[in-house]
Design a protein around this ligand. Structure first.
Ligand SMILES: Cc1cc2nc3c(=O)[nH]c(=O)nc-3n(C[C@H](O)[C@H](O)[C@H](O)COP(=O)(O)OP(=O)(O)OC[C@H]3O[C@@H](n4cnc5c(N)ncnc54)[C@H](O)[C@@H]3O)c2cc1C
Length: 251
């Protein structure tokens, strides 16, 4: 039976679903509100890379490392499988002297922060990489997931652990009293909350705002997230074994 403070999580992307999952696993009373379908925002459209090499040493790198640890060690195998977690390792390649120098510097900084890397050059390069590649750095810790699967999988597991998951239920307003948010209003209900987690991604309102901004201001550019697929660019050559970044494109 769920006990303790009542938590309302707003947003059913990977952040909201993961927060709900871990709270429910600890027996907390948690309700997740998603205005559309789970994974309907950036989380359903992203590349699905669990990458370390795209981060500079610092808090983001530590969060990414922790996230990989959670996937590897804390999530039950059934959830990992449903998220299509694939511990493929990841690759960054440089084909120009300038990017090679940048990649070398980034690799040294990551190694100093404790990230294991292999450097591949010349005859070390796997046959599925172009011979134009001057340097490739491979991190065996990196992995991929199927982005659209992660939030629904975590939310389903949270529901099994007692969480209340509500799709197509937008949060409309945050009610504040005594300097704290005390309740969340939806179209049909007022949900009392001891804690509210704002996980609405790009739609999260400024912290001082008690109301939800209904839509972007007129004239604001529309952003279209892009999905990615793994493909083999050269006919007759073996497919890449790891996702691969060049700094300009990723495969
Ligand atoms: C093209 C692209 C590629 C990317 N590639 C990667 C990658 O390879 N690896 C990586 O780690 N990251 C990648 N990212 C970044 C990653 O997608 C985001 O950091 C992550 O998905 C953010 O998750 P979120 O839960 O914060 O937001 P979102 O997934 O956007 O979720 C926010 C949710 O809140 C809901 N919401 C909004 N308003 C309300 C409301 N009033 N009430 C209820 N619900 C509401 C929305 O409907 C949405 O579902 C990429 C992003 C893009 C755009």
């Amino acid at each position: 039976m769920s006990v303790g403070p009542r938590v309302v999580v707003i947003g059913g992307g990977v952040i909201g679903a993961a927060t709900t999952y871990w709270l429910a696993r600890r027996g907390r009373r948690v309700t997740l509100l998603e205005r559309g379908r789970l994974s309907g925002g950036a989380s359903g459209e992203c590349g699905g890379f669990l990458f370390l090499q795209s981060k500079a040493p610092g808090p983001l790198l530590e969060l990414a490392r922790e996230s990989l640890e959670l996937y590897r060690r804390e999530l039950p195998e059934a959830i990992r499988r449903a998220c299509r977690f694939r511990p493929s390792g990841g690759l960054v390649v440089a084909t120009e002297p300038t990017t090679e120098a940048l990649l070398e510097r980034r690799a040294a900084a990551l190694e100093a922060a404790g990230i294991p890397l292999q450097r591949w050059r010349g005859s070390d390069l796997p046959s599925w990489l172009s011979t134009r590649v001057r340097l490739a750095t491979h991190c065996p810790l990196e992995a991929t997931v199927m982005p659209a699967a992660v939030a629904p999988t975590l939310a389903a597991a949270a529901a099994e652990a007692g969480a209340d998951i509500r799709e197509y239920t937008p949060a409309r307003a945050l009610e504040q009293r005594g300097g704290r948010v005390r309740a969340v209003r939806t179209d049909s209900e007022r949900l009392e909350a001891d804690w509210v987690v704002l996980a609405a991604g790009a739609w999260t309102p400024p912290s001082s705002s008690a109301c939800w901004a209904p839509r972007p201001s007129p004239g604001a550019p529309r952003l279209s997230p892009a999905g990615g697929n793994c493909c083999s660019p050269l006919r007759g050559r073996p497919s890449p074994r790891s996702p691969c970044w060049t700094g300009v494109i990723w495969l």
